[in-house]
Design a protein around this ligand. Structure first.
Ligand code: ATP
Length: 367
């Protein structure tokens, strides 16, 4: 092995192609990541696909095989498209969702959902200030109401119960993550230095507890402003004045709902990326599901998946102290913005007739 090869560090990316439109948006995303990182001198990324999802469950009776979970645990990062199909369910009637199991198993507590209105995207808001919307919703992703996932009970066909869990350990880590993100955004001139805890502390003790931990942790970040807001009012303000937000942090179920509202503001679920981040491993996937209604037709918008790939490069760059990877992530993100701003290529969800591959090719041409 020559000296240059010896200095190149390999990063192992565990890939989950998933169900529905998953494989259609994953393949061009990997190609773009390979293209944009080909010039990074000190790191090489290798991609390995692992089985999981509704299709795999239908064939084998397993939704997330132990080997796939182990591979995800060992990887440097995880790239996941979308999993689950309404037609394939567990015997208790719930959908196959290994992405939720992965978040729980790997303790990926911080679900990062950026809400940015890109120039050229079909934002439904008429106000010109909408062009300045740029905030991040952080959804706790391992507990809250989802702690009850697979554990709910139906009692004698008369009542049903699911239990919401908030722990101090996870909440402290979650809030510290949110405050540090706000500091980084402020330092980069991108944020206002404001973190808002979104809860329902006026009605539920668990949320009063959640808010009290938030206010405790806020004391360690005197350079930032800590606000609290109720989730119902936040939904209203996300429509009325989303340009006033910087970093929002919330419980799992509230975050699940608000992040789809955020994607609606962005103009399409097909434009909304996300990351699920733990202490030393992270998973990147678009906010949307497997969209079975358009699967196999070349209609899927690949941009949310591609933007999730850009977030992965940024995270890997910071984790490995590689400016080359950070810059690759930025180039990929910039290329997506350029395609949207140019407006020549648009998939159906954002008002055009371009195919998934044409959209990805347009991004490649901008790199
Ligand atoms: P989940 O609960 O798994 O998030 P969901 O039930 O909310 O999934 P999605 O699969 O996200 O549903 O699809 C919701 C709608 O958005 C569908 O009409 C689908 O076609 C559309 N959609 C989702 N992702 C895309 C995409 N990448 N490109 C185009 N349309 C999309």
């Amino acid at each position: 092995m020559n000296d240059v090869a010896a200095r190149v560090k390999n990063l192992d990316i565990a890939v989950f192609d998933g169900d529905g439109i998953g494989p259609e948006i994953m393949a061009p995303t990997i190609a773009l990541i390979q293209q944009v990182t080909s010039q990074v001198p000190d790191y090489a990324l290798s991609f390995r696909s692992h089985p999981a999802g509704a299709g795999h469950y239908a064939k084998t009776g397993q939704s997330l095989p132990a080997e796939s979970l182990t591979a995800a645990r060992k990887a440097d990062a995880i790239l996941l498209s979308a999993m689950g199909l309404p037609s394939i369910r567990y015997p208790n009637g719930t959908e196959i969702s290994p992405q939720i199991d992965l978040r729980m198993e790997l303790n990926l507590y911080a679900g990062v959902r950026p809400v940015t209105i890109f120039p050229g995207a079909p934002c439904p808001l008429g106000d010109p200030r909408a062009a300045t919307v740029d905030f991040v919703l952080i959804r706790e992703s391992t507990e809250g109401l989802f702690a009850s996932h697979g554990k709910g009970t139906i009692n004698g066909n008369e009542s049903a119960t699911e239990t919401l869990v908030i722990t101090r350990k996870v909440s402290e880590k979650l809030f510290d993550f949110a405050f540090k993100l706000a500091q980084r955004r402020k330092a980069a001139g991108r944020g206002k230095g404001v973190v808002t805890c979104v809860d329902k502390a006026n009605v539920f003790q668990a949320f009063a507890f959640f808010r009290s931990i938030f206010l405790e942790r806020a004391k360690a970040f005197p350079d930032l402003t800590a606000n609290s807001a109720y989730v119902d009012a936040t939904a209203l303000w996300m429509v009325e004045r989303p340009w006033t937000f910087d970093v929002l942090v919330t419980e799992n179920m509230f975050g699940d709902i608000l992040s789809d509202l955020g994607a609606g503001l962005m103009g399409s679920l097909g434009l909304a990326p996300s990351a699920d981040i733990g202490d030393d491993i992270a998973l990147f996937q678009p906010c949307h599901g497997s969209a079975p209604d358009i699967a196999g037709q070349g209609l899927a918008n690949p941009l949310a998946m591609i933007l999730s790939g850009a977030m992965m490069l940024d995270w890997l760059g910071h984790e490995n102290n590689s400016d080359g990877l950070i810059q690759s992530g930025k180039r990929l993100d910039d290329a997506v913005r350029a395609v949207l701003a140019e407006g020549r290529f648009r998939t159906r969800d954002i008002g055009g007739t371009s195919t998934t591959q044409q959209m990805a090719d347009a991004v490649a041409a901008h790199l």
